[in-house]
Design a protein. Structure first.
Length: 179
């Protein structure tokens, strides 16, 4: 049986739809640093009756020079401090925003240890919208975190799965066209 132009149009539409969904759908990772995570009242203090899970990120071993080289006192500037904070923290947004872990508290503790910043500096300077502080599309270089490598691996797997879907749709389309 010969194939009809309608079948080719349908196959093309299905393929283009899959490609569009794969490349233009929002990423699965966090795009904001939540307001709750930015306002850590217990940094350096004690919090009773909170059973938080340990953070899976080793904030102790992160490179804080992104922040300490740009956010300098005694005259801290909102522009320098917030941009440096966003650059440092956004790769960890999904962990920092998770209120069941101690990630935000731990991160702020180390930021304050290495930078000797006044309490609440970043939460008062860095204001976002109702979603929180927006993260930029690009994250810092891989040296800043092992999680950036994990993010790249996730994108490779996502691209591979898109490729598999395209192949499957084309195979299905060929079966339909040849029947």
């Amino acid at each position: 049986m010969q194939s009809t132009p309608e079948k080719y149009v349908l196959m093309t539409f299905c393929s283009l739809t899959l490609i569009y969904l794969a490349f233009f759908s929002p990423p699965a990772s966090a795009e904001f640093l939540s307001e709750v995570a930015l306002h850590q009242p217990n940094v350096g203090g004690r919090s009773l009756l909170q059973n938080l899970k340990s953070c899976p990120i080793s904030f102790e071993f992160q490179n804080y020079t992104i922040i300490t080289s740009q956010c300098k006192g005694p005259n801290y500037t909102r522009e320098h401090c917030c941009s440096a904070f966003v650059e440092f923290a956004c790769p960890f947004a999904q962990y920092i925003n998770d209120q069941t872990t101690d990630c935000a508290t731990t991160m702020f503790s180390y930021i304050n240890v290495y930078g000797k910043y006044p309490p609440g500096l970043f939460s008062s300077f860095c204001q976002g919208d109702k979603n929180g502080l927006p993260c930029e599309a690009e994250v810092p270089s891989p040296s800043s975190s092992e999680n950036v490598n994990a993010s790249r691996a996730h994108r490779v797997l996502q691209s591979f799965s898109v490729f598999i879907w395209i192949v499957l749709v084309n195979l299905l389309g060929n079966l339909v066209l040849t029947s």
